[in-house]
Design a protein around this ligand. Structure first.
Ligand code: ADP
Ligand code: MG
Length: 248
């Protein structure tokens, strides 16, 4: 196996030296092998989005490093870095334009086949029921689609690129459990073994990941498969029990 992404001692401080200083990540070590699915779970404010933002280089690390195939991401151009990564932000954003323009946003020329393939994996079958299907105009701010539909179109947009790895930052949170499961199944089956980082608050979303990292207040408090984490007890097992009790 070859390591695609690795963080070493990843530390990030927001507002360093100001009264609002906040250590969002504190020496986080992650290692993802090519083709692996990494789940990252933790409560709001635990630092999940910060990991993703640092990988995308929306901010630079305060301390430590992030490497992609052994190369420090600061040594890559932003274009080269982001071209490899299919990033779906926590707040899905739609542009004014048609559904297909929104999905094929990164391409120079629209390709209907690519749009449909991406939409199929993203479980965006609701598009067929829209007035003009993929030609339907998305209203300003995407008010004519629901939160879950917006998330699926944003996911389809990432899938329509030729990224080698996908970063899903809480991108399944507005989906019902059934759609969430169908989508993750399609991603695993149809992405041809591309690397995925799936950030979530719901345990069910990361349960089948090859590796799950548990973040609490910027620190890694557990890592392993679902079974290993359940056996270890502690934070993850408590989270599982609380969410399972809620669901049943
Ligand atoms: P999560 O995605 O797990 O909810 P975040 O990575 O968004 O967590 O945030 C981790 C911590 O960093 C939180 O305490 C949050 O308030 C803080 N934080 C996030 N973004 C900023 C920012 N741009 N400026 C200051 N603090 C921030
Ligand atoms: Mg977040």
């Amino acid at each position: 196996m070859s390591t695609i992404l690795e963080t070493r001692g990843l530390t990030h401080v927001y507002g360093a030296g100001t009264p609002f200083e906040r250590v969002a990540l504190d020496h986080v070590d992650l290692k993802i092998e090519k083709g692996e699915i990494l789940g990252v779970i933790g409560h709001t404010g635990s630092g999940k989005s910060t990991v993703i933002k640092l990988v995308e280089r929306f901010a630079d690390v305060s301390e430590g490093s992030i490497t992609i195939e052994g190369i420090d991401i600061r040594d890559l151009s932003l274009h080269a870095l982001r071209g490899q990564l299919g990033y779906v932000p926590q707040k899905a954003f739609l542009f004014s334009g048609t559904v297909e323009e929104n999905v094929d946003y990164a391409a120079d020329e629209l390709n209907a086949e690519r749009v449909r393939a991406a939409a199929e994996i993203a479980q965006a079958d609701f598009v067929d029921d829209m007035d003009e299907g993929f030609k339907t105009e998305i209203s300003q701010g995407g008010t004519n689609v629901s939160g879950g539909q917006r998330q699926r179109l944003a996911i389809a947009r990432a899938l329509a690129t030729d990224a080698r790895a996908f970063l899903f930052d809480d991108s399944f949170s507005a989906l019902d459990y059934k759609t969430d499961a169908a989508l993750r199944h399609a991603l695993a089956e149809q992405l041809g073994g591309k690397t995925q980082i799936i950030v979530a608050q719901r345990i069910s979303t990361v349960l089948n990941a090859d590796q799950i990292v548990v973040l609490d207040d910027g620190r890694v408090v557990g890592a392993g498969t679902h079974e290993q984490l359940m056996e270890q007890g502690g934070f993850y097992a408590e989270l599982y029990n609380s969410q399972f009790a809620q669901a049943s």
